[in-house]
Design a protein around this ligand. Structure first.
Ligand SMILES: *[C@@H]1O[C@H](CO)[C@@H](O)[C@H](O)[C@H]1NC(C)=O
Ligand SMILES: *[C@@H]1O[C@H](CO)[C@@H](O)[C@H](O)[C@H]1NC(C)=O
Ligand SMILES: *[C@@H]1O[C@H](CO)[C@@H](O)[C@H](O)[C@H]1NC(C)=O
Length: 570
């Protein structure tokens, strides 16, 4: 038996709590994922000197015209530089706040991005080619005529992205859709519901990525597309509306006006619970067919970019774009997802007010909102244990007495802790600890800050999304990150930062304690929670009998927090 638990109304889903987290119990994992939300990873970037160097560099850049020039972000189009930089303040300011990246930008990726931008300008909204494509779409004309007639050159192809689930999930799936667009020479068009208005800057120069909703012949919101949609690729295949090998012979066949690719997590209840993507979504033969459609709609709650790396047909191009597989989200996320000015204003005020003056910043993201949350004291103990075992925070003494006069002569060091949580309790406990007790090294001063505690996640509210995006960015500016496993929020922050976090692992429920407080994964890449169903690929050389892609793809591993999940690493 197999169940798609998402067959509920979108409204119900939007309101539901979607934290996922710990739990050894299968049932819990199962429910958790229905909710989504999750966490983080780790490694060895802890050397002190790059930090100091970065701070000097970052603040020198603050000096204005006479100061050091900010190194240009090679990923970004030079066309974005001068024109109207006030429209997107984060474009340069975020680059300046991140630590210098350890991942070099591959020249071929830059070339592909510039090529993509040119194509988007040629085919994007408000162009003649776009109007033509829309009229073909609306008249349900024969979608693949152009491809069949060999005039690919004049045809524009599109992938329409529909947002669903929480902000972290949306960012992961948007980056994945963009990678897919890069690979297939499609133009990425985004459906922007009210709660996402102006959340991100326009990423491509001289054009827009927003799809005017009236242009599309079908209502564009998350609830309007599901695994039951008749436009779904898998349903069309099962219903014989399309079939393999179409277009390989000369005989033209009429294709529907667009195809919908449903990439939401499916919960398999057979054997043990497994998180899967639908069959026939990441096989070469399926993509050869899907790629014949001029218009593709995609909706996903996950980082399906990983699945593209399992497909032989995209492999060569992916190898050229990403010699380092551990930097895919890092590079594409920084390129694509710059906060709009409202969200950036929050980032800027908070950073300047509370974090900029510190010698060291420690960011913590705590999600403890799953169906069976652990008591906050247990979570707090685990955070402190993680910090103590890995020397992430200064230790305190059992006294509140100040250090000796002699010790006070030494230079003070300021550590700022950024606490991100929907609840105030972790901030309050940590704050009380450093307020009441002296630090073991009397010259370290620790301040603890929490920008907001909204209580509930509200994915519909624009202001909530702006704060959430601001907090993801603030977290990505910290030199040290602690994050709860399973959180897409944490995944995005670590990917943008290029720094693996210390990831808090789920507690063992039989003793209500995590055996290992936290681990540091070797890759900053987000985890794709569901596995692609490769078992059904007919032509994918040998995949038929081997369903675990980790066994055949050298840069794939299972995730530290989600045992069956997949992530890229080097
Ligand atoms: C995929 O196909 C296999 C083999 O036919 C089947 O056992 C499995 O349930 C399918 N999985 C999904 C997610 O559709
Ligand atoms: C802080 O000091 C008090 C005594 O003043 C002590 O009981 C407590 O354990 C100390 N906290 C930590 C975390 O060491
Ligand atoms: C949880 O702890 C119990 C008791 O120590 C142990 O037997 C069990 O294997 C642990 N479970 C997991 C999933 O580690």
């Amino acid at each position: 038996m197999e169940g798609d638990l998402r067959g509920r109304s979108a409204e119900a889903r939007e309101n539901k709590r979607r934290d996922a987290a710990s739990s050894a119990a299968i049932v819990i994992i199962f429910l958790l994922v229905a909710l989504t939300h999750l966490l983080a990873l780790a490694s060895h970037f802890g050397a002190a000197d790059p930090l100091i160097w970065w701070q000097q560099w970052a603040y020198a850049a603050d000096d204005g015209p006479g100061g050091n020039a900010v190194a240009p972000d090679q990923l970004l189009s030079p066309d974005l530089e001068d024109k109207n930089s006030a429209a997107c303040l984060s474009r340069h300011e975020a680059s300046r706040r991140w630590k210098p990246t350890q991942f070099p930008v591959p020249p071929y990726l830059v070339e592909r991005l510039r090529r993509y931008e040119a194509n988007h300008r040629r085919c994007g909204p408000r162009t003649a080619l776009y109007r033509e494509a829309v009229s073909r779409l609306r008249s349900a004309a024969r979608n693949a005529d152009h491809a069949a007639a060999g005039d690919r050159h004049h045809t524009c192809k599109y992938v329409v992205w529909i947002p669903t689930e929480g902000l972290g999930n949306r960012m992961l799936s948007l980056v994945s859709a963009f990678l897919y667009a890069l690979l297939t020479d499609r133009v990425l068009l985004v459906h922007e519901p009210p709660e996402m208005q102006g959340l991100f800057c326009e990423p491509f120069p001289g054009t827009t990525w927003l799809l005017p909703p009236a242009d599309f012949p079908h209502k564009l919101d998350a609830a309007a597309f599901s695994s039951h949609s008749k436009e779904s690729y898998v349903n069309m295949l099962h219903n014989n509306i399309i079939r393999y090998g179409y277009g390989d012979d000369a005989r033209a066949q009429v294709l529907p006006a667009y195809v919908y690719l449903h990439l939401e997590t499916v919960f398999l209840l057979t054997e043990s619970v497994k998180l899967r993507l639908q069959n026939h979504t990441f096989c070469d033969e399926d993509h050869r067919l899907i790629n014949k459609f001029d218009w593709l709609v995609v909706k996903s709650d996950n980082y399906f970019a990983v699945a593209l790396f399992t497909m032989p047909m995209y492999r060569r191009e992916l190898d050229r774009m990403f010699p380092a597989k551990g930097a895919v989200f890092h590079q594409l996320g920084r390129y694509l997802l710059r906060p709009g000015n409202r969200a950036w204003g929050i980032v800027d005020r908070f950073f300047e007010g509370y974090l900029a003056g510190a010698d060291e910043r420690v960011g913590m993201h705590v999600r403890n909102k799953q169906i069976f949350p652990v008591p906050p004291e247990i979570m707090f103990e685990q955070i402190l244990r993680c910090a103590r075992e890995h020397h992430l925070l200064p230790q305190v003494l059992a006294t509140s007495e100040p250090p000796t006069a002699e010790a006070k002569k030494k230079k003070k060091k300021a550590v700022a802790v950024l606490m991100l949580s929907l609840k105030p309790e972790y901030h309050d406990k940590l704050h009380a600890m450093y307020y009441t007790n002296a630090t073991a090294d009397g010259n370290v001063v620790v301040s603890v800050h929490q920008p907001s505690h909204d209580g509930e996640q509200q994915s519909d509210a624009r202001a909530h999304n702006e704060r959430a995006l601001a907090e993801i960015y603030l977290l990505s500016f910290c030199e040290t990150m602690v994050s709860t496993g399973w959180s897409t929020f944490g995944y995005v922050a670590q990917g943008l930062a290029g720094i693996p976090p210390w990831m808090l692992l789920p507690v063992n429920r039989s003793k209500m304690r995590a055996d290992v407080a936290c681990v540091r994964p070797p890759s900053v890449e987000p985890c794709m929670h569901p596995q692609p169903s490769l078992l059904t690929c007919q032509q994918g050389a040998g995949l038929r009998h081997l369903d675990d892609p980790v066994k055949r793809v050298p840069f794939l591993r299972h995730c530290e927090d989600v045992p069956l999940g997949l992530k890229l690493f080097d």
